[in-house]
Structure formats: structure tokens, C-alpha cells
Design a protein around this ligand. Structure first.
Ligand code: 6PG
Length: 469
């Protein structure tokens, strides 16, 4: 390693980190990894034997062996490990060195770190990286934010390693400070929504239409060949094929129905509340992960409340569920992107929505055929408030909403929990209602708290003594 100057350094040689650095090395950039684990370094050397890649346990050696300005990417767990790595590196860094945080960091942390490092003349890029371990190795979608001039320096590396769709890289400069991590958080919120919607559709196929796993596999296969074509529908299709290694059961039937979460979906909902944006499908999917964790409560409650099925007024086919899913996919993206729109304006991110849809078409977990339509919608109108206002999108909504209503009625009548599906329809019905009953909320607030109300017939704020007879 003596006297060798590497183009790129990566901290954290877990599966994601190792795969990312191998991807960079395979694309012709010399790389060095830093890890406290000699085992991880050995694996890196072995898997990277055909490329210029090495590893070290020494922070000093790692930083000394990088060409200037240093380009150092952190793929360590979000939170304290990012801060402690930066703290350890600081004494050895030079002006204009670039630190890239590639983890799922909270945007507030990214803003804080950006400001802190700017004072010390160090550049900081917060970059969301999506696509899991395979994506990291063979082409992720990368969502970088920070200073444009520092992005320009790392651009050749990021464009080489990212996924490509129609020859175009799934990475672009998004905007200042925390914009990259904010966009990645919204990506994950949408990911939560879509995963929940797919899972509810599976529940309807299984418990409502009594389909076997192999039929469910075939249904998802058909769906993936149509408008629902997406990474998440594709992997779902394959889940239903797999049998347990030790028994003859399908693996899916042996998996406990409690979903874990690392928190990015929750952050999306929290931030939506903070910025005053409504994203009920994403909120519901976070809620459902929470409800799922209360397994004992659910078992107890099911014994107490037997399934009283309302005589069915509706029957549905799997085609209706497909349409309901298309409808709710569109609505979930519409919610996430509308949140981005509001936040982009408030935080002066100046996001380009066509570019965001473009880099989500490949490499990331939410990649989907529908993103082509969303991209076109923003190409036609870059300041679109909500996807539902685009002509082509409203045509998709109009063609699917009837089935969405049928599926909703079916779920309600048959006691099938469908929180995210129903929330999608409810959001749509609310956002397209010129009249909502919030006049009554205004009256109630004024009644008990003298909070005043506005009127439709004259300007100003009014208070009434509601108890006056
Ligand atoms: C991605 C994913 C990834 C995320 C996992 C787990 O884009 O590659 O979004 O970043 O961390 O999917 O997320 P949860 O544990 O919150 O489900």
C-alpha cells in the first residue's frame, strides 16, 4: 500500500459497504476501506482481488493514503457512529476534503453535520443510497445533497456505480444541505406504503378469495407484467414460490406476522405532521407495523370478537385488486411527492421532481413502471402541486377508482384489515372534496375555546357566544 494514493475511501465494511466499494473498484477507481474487523478486510481483499482495492484498520493510514481532496464515504449505522467517525477523522482532514454520509441519516442530523463541517472548511454530502446489498454491488439509486461543487468532484464515481435506465445514471445532484437525505426518507416512506398495500392485497387474495400460494404467485406474476411492474411486486411474486428447506410448507406460511422497522417510515410521518402535509397511506403503513407487533393483543381480541360477516353485497375478482393496487400506488407516490414539494419550498431545496422520478426508475426499492408516467407529469409541469392534477395520472385514477371502491367494500364486509388501501381512497375522496365538514370543527373550537372562525360570506375572524339562547 506504500505511497499509493487511492481515489476513494469507504468506512464500514459490512455487506453494504463492502459491496459498494467493490462496485466503485470494479468501475476503475482505486479504493481503500476502513474497518475495525480484520475479517471484513480479508473478505474485501479476496472479493476485490481483480481490482485496485485494499483495506486497513488504521484511521491514520486510511486518510493518509487517499488522494486530495479526499473522498470518503461513510456506510456506518445512522446516528452516533456517523458523529464519532467524523470526530475521529477531523484532526487529519484538509480543507475541501469531502465526507459523504451514505447511510439513512435523519435530515436534521445531516443539516447539523453540514454546518459543523462547513465551519471547518470540510465538505459534507448527505447521500441516500437505495437498493439493498445487491444494489450497492451492481447499481444503486443514489440521492446526494450538499454543495454542488463538491458533488461535481464525486459525480464521476457516483455516475459510474449507479444503476442505469435507458443508459441514464440513477443519480443526480438534488439540492443543498439535507435535501438528499430528505428525498431518501420520502423514498422510504413510499416504500413502507407500497409494501403495506401489497401485503393487504395478498391478505385479500388469501382470506377473501381463498387463493393458494401458487395461485397468488401467478396473480402477482400477471400483475408484474402489467402496469404494476415494479421491484416490490416482482420480489413478492417470487416469495410465494419458495418452500421451507426442512418441511414441505411454503416459507411465507411459517413467517411470524410481526413486521420490524428501523424508523425512516416513522420519520416521514413525523416530518409530514411537522410541515403540515397529509400522507395517510404512509401513516397507515407505519401504524400497521406497530399494530402487527402487538401479536398477543390481537390473538386475545380475535377470541373476543368473532367474525360477524355482513351478508356480502359485493364480489370482487383479482383484477379489481390489481386496479385497487394501481390506484393506491399512484396515491402513495402522490402523497410522498406532495410532501417533498412543500418541504422543498420551505427548506429552499429547490428540488427538481422530474429528476427525482428519473433516478427512482432504477436501482432503488420503489422502482416501478409507473415512475415513467410520474416523470412525464413533472416534465409537462415542473411545479405540479400533486400528481392527481396531471391528465394522464387522472385518467389512471379514473380507470381504477371504481375497483378501489369495490375492494374497499369487500374488505369491510369481510373483516379484512386494509388500513393502507382504505386510507388511499379516503385521502383521494378528501382531497377532491370542495366541501368538507370542517366548518363544524371551526364552530366546536370557537364554542369551547373562543378560538374564532372564518365565514364564507364575509372577511375576518368571528366569535360567537354559542350558549346564548
Ligand atoms: C433501501 C431501503 C433501506 C431500508 C431497509 C429497511 O432503499 O435500500 O429503504 O434503506 O433501510 O429497507 O427499512 P426498515 O427496517 O425501516 O423497514
Amino acid at each position: 500500500m506504500k505511497n499509493k494514493k487511492f481515489d476513494f475511501g469507504l468506512v464500514g465494511l459490512g455487506v453494504m459497504g463492502r459491496n459498494f466499494i467493490l462496485n466503485v473498484a470494479e468501475n476503475g477507481f482505486s479504493c481503500i476501506g476502513l474497518s475495525s474487523s480484520i475479517k471484513s478486510i480479508k473478505i474485501l481483499r479476496k472479493e476485490g482481488k481483480d481490482f485496485i482495492v485494499d483495506g486497513t484498520q488504521s484511521e491514520k493510514e486510511f486518510l493518509n493514503s487517499l488522494s486530495r481532496p479526499r473522498k470518503v464515504m461513510l456506510l456506518v449505522p445512522a446516528g452516533e457512529p456517523v458523529d464519532s467517525t467524523i470526530k475521529k477523522f477531523l484532526p487529519y482532514l484538509d480543507k475541501d476534503d469531502i465526507i459523504i454520509d451514505g447511510g439513512n441519516s435523519h435530515y436534521d442530523d445531516t443539516e447539523r453535520r453540514y454546518r459543523y463541517l462547513k465551519e471547518k472548511n470540510i465538505k459534507f454530502i448527505g447521500a441516500g443510497v437505495s437498493g439493498g446489498s445487491k444494489g450497492a454491488r451492481f447499481g444503486p439509486s443514489i440521492m446526494p445533497g450538499g454543495d454542488k461543487d463538491s458533488y461535481e468532484i464525486i459525480k464521476p464515481i457516483f455516475e459510474s456505480v449507479s444503476a442505469k435506465v435507458k443508459g441514464e445514471p440513477c443519480v443526480t445532484y438534488l439540492g443543498n444541505t439535507s435535501s438528499g437525505h430528505y428525498v431518501k426518507m420520502i423514498h422510504n416512506g413510499i416504500e413502507y406504503g407500497i409494501m403495506q398495500l401489497i401485503s393487504e392485497s395478498y391478505h385479500i387474495l388469501k382470506n377473501g378469495l381463498n387463493k393458494e400460494n401458487i395461485e397468488i404467485h401467478n396473480t402477482f406474476k400477471k400483475w408484474n407484467d402489467g402496469m404494476l411492474n415494479s421491484y416490490l411486486v416482482e420480489i413478492t411474486r417470487d416469495v410465494f414460490k419458495l418452500k421451507d428447506e426442512k418441511s414441505d410448507n411454503y416459507l411465507i406460511d411459517l413467517i411470524l406476522d410481526k413486521a420490524k422497522q428501523k424508523g425512516t417510515g416513522k420519520w416521514t410521518s413525523q416530518s409530514a405532521m411537522d410541515f403540515g402535509v397529509s400522507i395517510p397511506t404512509i401513516d397507515s403503513s407505519v401504524s400497521m407495523r406497530i399494530i402487527s407487533s402487538f401479536k398477543e393483543t390481537r390473538v386475545k381480541a380475535q377470541k373476543l370478537y368473532s367474525k360477524k360477516i355482513i351478508p356480502s353485497t359485493s364480489s370482487i375478482k383479482s383484477d379489481d385488486i390489481e386496479k385497487a393496487l394501481i390506484f393506491s400506488f399512484v396515491i402513495t407516490f402522490a402523497q410522498g411527492l406532495s410532501q417533498l414539494k412543500v418541504v422543498s419550498e420551505e427548506k429552499l431545496y429547490n428540488l427538481n421532481f422530474e429528476k427525482i422520478c428519473k433516478i427512482w426508475r432504477g436501482g432503488c426499492i420503489i422502482r416501478a413502471q409507473l415512475l415513467e408516467d410520474f416523470m412525464q407529469a413533472y416534465r409537462k409541469n415542473s411545479s405540479l402541486d400533486n400528481l392527481i392534477f396531471d391528465d394522464n395520472i387522472s385518467e389512471i385514477i379514473n380507470k381504477t377508482v371504481f375497483s378501489m371502491r369495490k375492494v374497499s367494500i369487500f374488505c369491510i364486509e369481510n373483516n379484512i384489515p386494509s388500513h393502507a388501501l382504505l386510507s388511499s381512497l379516503s385521502y383521494f375522496d378528501s382531497i377532491k372534496s370542495s366541501i368538507l365538514p370542517m366548518n363544524l370543527i371551526q364552530a366546536q373550537r370557537d364554542y369551547f375555546g373562543e378560538h374564532t372562525y372564518e365565514r364564507i360570506d364575509k372577511e375576518g375572524l368571528f366569535h360567537t357566544d354559542w350558549e346564548k339562547k
